[in-house]
Every structure is written in structure tokens, then in C-alpha cells.
Design a protein around this ligand. Structure first.
Ligand SMILES: *Cc1c(COP(=O)(O)O)cnc(C)c1O
Length: 367
């Protein structure tokens, strides 16, 4: 069986460094807000080219804390609106709601699957405070247009970079393309921890300081609480593991690109639409997303050939029971993408034999 994402194989490649780093953290006798987290935050800020990095408990919290920090700074008020792509993972939407703000759903572009800048301006009202692009599947959103719209209307740009660690836009990395960014280090992400983890990056020192306090019970100084904060921190063991893995993130992303390049070159089944090709490092293929009106039968066909696939995601956020208040929205592009998407295996521990098998299996699919 070719697994969709083989975390055991992916992480085995870091041994013995991974186990050594974890042992170092265990034996230090210090498990929260210590040297490992500080070292990783520094390294990740440098990697992204950002002034500040704040470790958090997960990616959802990283997004929520950015918005809460803008609220504490008086830049946003409860009920203000944030424009967000409608076809994202639900976490993006939940972060806006959890911060007391209102998500405004924007249709994606039918070829890039990222937020369509052509629709953003029609959604701006006097309550709009931010645009939250998602670099979906690992492809950088159309940041030039998004940032131009944001600057015309004095809006913040908050990147949901949970799927695009290390992706480039005009030579700059995600995490450094807007006012603030959130990352997830969920184990299956391109930079994955051995449990939950996340981070905020920004060049804004005031936002960084506020976010850091909010993530730590609203406290800058022990037992002095300035804000109604939360407890969301990147622990020492996860930070130690992430420092090891960060060193080869670029190589891993290149390995994903190489698989994607081969897929795009050799898959030629007219029943399947392939994702866009990488351009100057702007795609890190967290997910190799194909579209087909015959998803169920293609998934079954691939399974019968020993290939595991996943769907990202089977139900659009506005069609989820949890978000019933948005179920009336008419979002045909979003709904079509959610009906047709199928994710092929594409990870750095995959060998060329498996890549070849996937190509042959997709090409042999007929209806
Ligand atoms: C994974 C993910 C998140 C949330 O990250 P967690 O660490 O699981 O909380 C947010 N947005 C997107 C687009 C994601 O893929």
C-alpha cells in the first residue's frame, strides 16, 4: 500500500538527531518557555525573514491570537469583518469567530484554488478590518493584488500559512508577506512537530509583544495579567524536534516539488485536472490536489491499485453544521472544488517507484 502520508518514514529520516534533541529537552528539566522554544523562534523568524516569531500551541491558536492582539491594540473591535477564502480548512474561519469577529466568505479562483482578488473589493464594508488569505495546498496566494487592495482600504493582511512553510513570493517567504502570519506544525504539515504546535510571525514589534502576552495568559510578567489571555505555548520538546526538522525544510519542499513536477509532466488523463506548476518556489505542494468530476470512482480505482488518497476537504465550511448561520451563502466555485478535489500522495519520503505507480494508476482510470 502506498500511504497518503507516511509520518513514520518522514520522521525516521531525522534519526538519530530527532531522538537526541528530544532527550536534550527531557533532560534539561525545563519544559515550557525555555531555551529550546527561544532557539526555534529565532531560527524560524530568520528562516521567514521576519523580525519576530512567537511559538503557540497550534495553528488555530496562532490565527486567533493575532486577531485578539489586534483587538487589544484597538485596531479591531468585536463584530468587525475579516475577508477569508470560502474554500479553506475550517480552522481559518473558526479563528475569526473565536476572536469575536465576523468571517466574510470570498470565492476562490477556479485554477489556483486561492482567494480570488477580483471578488475582494465587492465584499469590503465599513466594518472590514482585514483580509486573511490562505496559501492553500502550499501555493502562495495572489499577494501583490491582495496587498494592493489592503493598502487602498487600510486593511491588515494576515496570512494563514499553515500549508505553505517555506513557499516563496518574489524571493520572500510566506510569513513575511503581510502584517502577520500564522503557521501550524501539526505532524502532517510540511514542517511538522511530533504533536501539536504553531507559530505567529510578524515584523510589527507591538503586535508581537501583545500576541506573546495573550498566548501566555495575557501576561508579560509572571502573575501580572494585562489581557484576558489564553494558554497556548510551543513546548520545549516540540521546539527541539522542530529545530532539527527546520534545517531540511527546503530540501523536503524541493522533494515535494520534484514529485509534483513528475506528476504534472506524466499524468495525462483527460478526466483529471492537475494543479498549477511551481513558479520560482511559489508552491510547496503540501497537498497535490487534483480535480475530477469522477472523484468517488477514481478514489476507489486508486485504492484497488494500492494507493491511498484523501479529500481536502469533503464539506465546505459554510456547509458544515457548526457554521449553519452561513449555509444560505451561494458559493458555486467553492462548492465545486469541494465536490471534485482528490489529494494524491506527495511527500518527501516517497520513492520514485511509488510516484511511477501513482502516475500509471491515474492514467489507467476510465469511466
Ligand atoms: C492545519 C491548518 C490550520 C490549523 O492548524 P492546527 O495546528 O491544526 O490548529 C489552519 N489553517 C489551515 C489552512 C490548515 O491547513
Amino acid at each position: 500500500m502506498i500511504k497518503y502520508c507516511d509520518l513514520k518514514e518522514i520522521n525516521n529520516r531525522y534519526e538519530p538527531a530527532l531522538t537526541q534533541a528530544i532527550t536534550r529537552a527531557v533532560q534539561s528539566g525545563w519544559y515550557i518557555r525555555g531555551k529550546e522554544c527561544e532557539r526555534f523562534e529565532q531560527a524560524f523568524a530568520n528562516y521567514c525573514g521576519c523580525g519576530h516569531c512567537i511559538g503557540t500551541g497550534n495553528g488555530l491558536d496562532a490565527l486567533t491570537i493575532i486577531l485578539k492582539a489586534y483587538c487589544e491594540l484597538g485596531i479591531m473591535q468585536p463584530g468587525d469583518e475579516v475577508i477569508v477564502p470560502a474554500n479553506t480548512y475550517i480552522a481559518t474561519i473558526l479563528s475569526i469567530i473565536q476572536a469575536g469577529l465576523k468571517p466574510v466568505f470570498c470565492e476562490p479562483c477556479a485554477t489556483s484554488y486561492n482567494i480570488n482578488p477580483a471578488h475582494i473589493e465587492s465584499l469590503i464594508t465599513e466594518r472590514t478590518r482585514a483580509i486573511m488569505p490562505v496559501h492553500l495546498y502550499g501555493l502562495v496566494a495572489d499577494m501583490d493584488k491582495i496587498c494592493a487592495i489592503a493598502s487602498r482600504h487600510s486593511l491588515k493582511v494576515i496570512e494563514d500559512s499553515a500549508q505553505a512553510h517555506g513557499a516563496l513570493h518574489n524571493g520572500k517567504r510566506t510569513g513575511n508577506l503581510g502584517d502577520a502570519a500564522a503557521f501550524s506544525f501539526y505532524p502532517g504539515k510540511n514542517l511538522g512537530a511530533l504533536g501539536d504546535g504553531g507559530a505567529i510571525t510578524t515584523n510589527d514589534p507591538q503586535l508581537a509583544e501583545t500576541a506573546r502576552a495573550i498566548a501566555n495568559y495575557g501576561s508579560h510578567k509572571k502573575y501580572i495579567n494585562t489581557f484576558k489571555g489564553v494558554n497556548s505555548r510551543l513546548d520545549e520538546i516540540q521546539a527541539a524536534a522542530l529545530s532539527v526538522k527546520l534545517a531540511t525544510l527546503d530540501a523536503d519542499n524541493n522533494a515535494r516539488r520534484e514529485i509534483a513536477r513528475t506528476y504534472i509532466e506524466r499524468i495525462d488523463n483527460p478526466l483529471v485536472t492537475l494543479p498549477v506548476a511551481d513558479k520560482e518556489g511559489n508552491h510547496v505542494y503540501h497537498i497535490f490536489a487534483i480535480m475530477t468530476p469522477h472523484r468517488e470512482s477514481l478514489q476507489r480505482h486508486l485504492f484497488e491499485q494500492g494507493i491511498e488518497t484523501l479529500i481536502h476537504y469533503p464539506i465546505a465550511p459554510h456547509k458544515q453544521q457548526a457554521l449553519q448561520e452561513f449555509s444560505h451563502l451561494h458559493l458555486p466555485v467553492t462548492e465545486l472544488l469541494h465536490a471534485e478535489e482528490l489529494s494524491l500522495p506527495c511527500h518527501p519520503a516517497m520513492d520514485s517507484n511509488s510516484v511511477q505507480k501513482v502516475i500509471e494508476a491515474v492514467n489507467s482510470f476510465k469511466v
